[in-house]
Design a protein around this ligand. Structure first.
Ligand code: SAM
Length: 201
């Protein structure tokens, strides 16, 4: 997975590649699908939701440009795989999910894996999570037509928001940076995510 799906497609951040080598992806997919856990596609995880393709998790993580001390907000916990990768790379992680069963499963799994720098929240992540704001990085793993304004508000100075922006079936990965209070946006590759459902989704 790391050699052929990530490095060959241009993922170069050594810390990101090491995190993918370390986190056992097969623990995050349903038992009957574990043999395909490292294959090059997204997979169903129940509740009509998916664990994203490894390359998509990698490029979104690389775009956050984490150095190790940051506070990161993830919207869309899903299986918890992206959250575990973030725990390897950031100082602390808050992960929000609207479906309680998924959040509870991910919380148990990451606890069993002994991750201590993460907090799970059940709720509408399009509102962000004000009590812990601002965030050095925010990653949204579901698709929205426009970036939710509360997430831009909760981004720290110098922070990055990475999210898929577009319509129901096709989006572009978008990176938003807050530089001296101003917003700069960059568009990256095309992608297809499940919808971000919520007040600003
Ligand atoms: N990051 C996940 C992983 O590593 O498995 C993949 C997430 S899946 C592609 C998108 C997730 O976003 C789903 O679990 C979905 O329930 C969640 N979601 C959608 N809208 C949301 C919202 N407003 N707040 C929080 N979670 C949301």
């Amino acid at each position: 997975m790391v050699e052929f799906q990530l490095k060959e497609r241009g993922i170069i951040d050594k810390r990101v590649l090491d995190a993918f080598r370390k986190v056992p992806r097969h623990l995050f997919v349903p038992e009957n699908m574990q043999a395909s856990a490292y294959d090059d596609f997204a997979m169903p995880i129940g509740s009509g939701q998916t664990i994203s393709q490894p390359y998509m998790v990698a490029i979104m993580t690389e775009k956050l440009a984490l150095k190790g001390e940051e506070k990161v907000l993830e919207v869309g916990t899903g299986s918890g795989y992206q959250a575990a990768i973030l725990c390897e790379l950031a100082g602390s992680v808050i992960s929000i999910e609207r479906i309680k069963t998924l959040s509870d499963q991910a919380e148990k799994l990451l606890k069993d894996m002994d991750y201590k720098n993460i907090k799970f929240v059940v709720g509408d992540g399009t509102e962000g999570h004000k009590p812990e704001a601002p965030y050095d990085g925010i990653i949204v793993t579901a698709a929205c037509p426009t970036p939710p304004p509360p997430l831009i508000d909760q981004l720290a100075e110098g922070g990055r928001l990475v999210l898929p922006v577009g319509d129901r079936y096709l989006q572009n990965l978008t990176i938003i940076r807050k530089i001296r209070g101003k917003i700069e946006a960059e568009t990256s590759i095309g992608c297809m995510f499940v919808p971000l459902i919520g007040r600003c989704g």
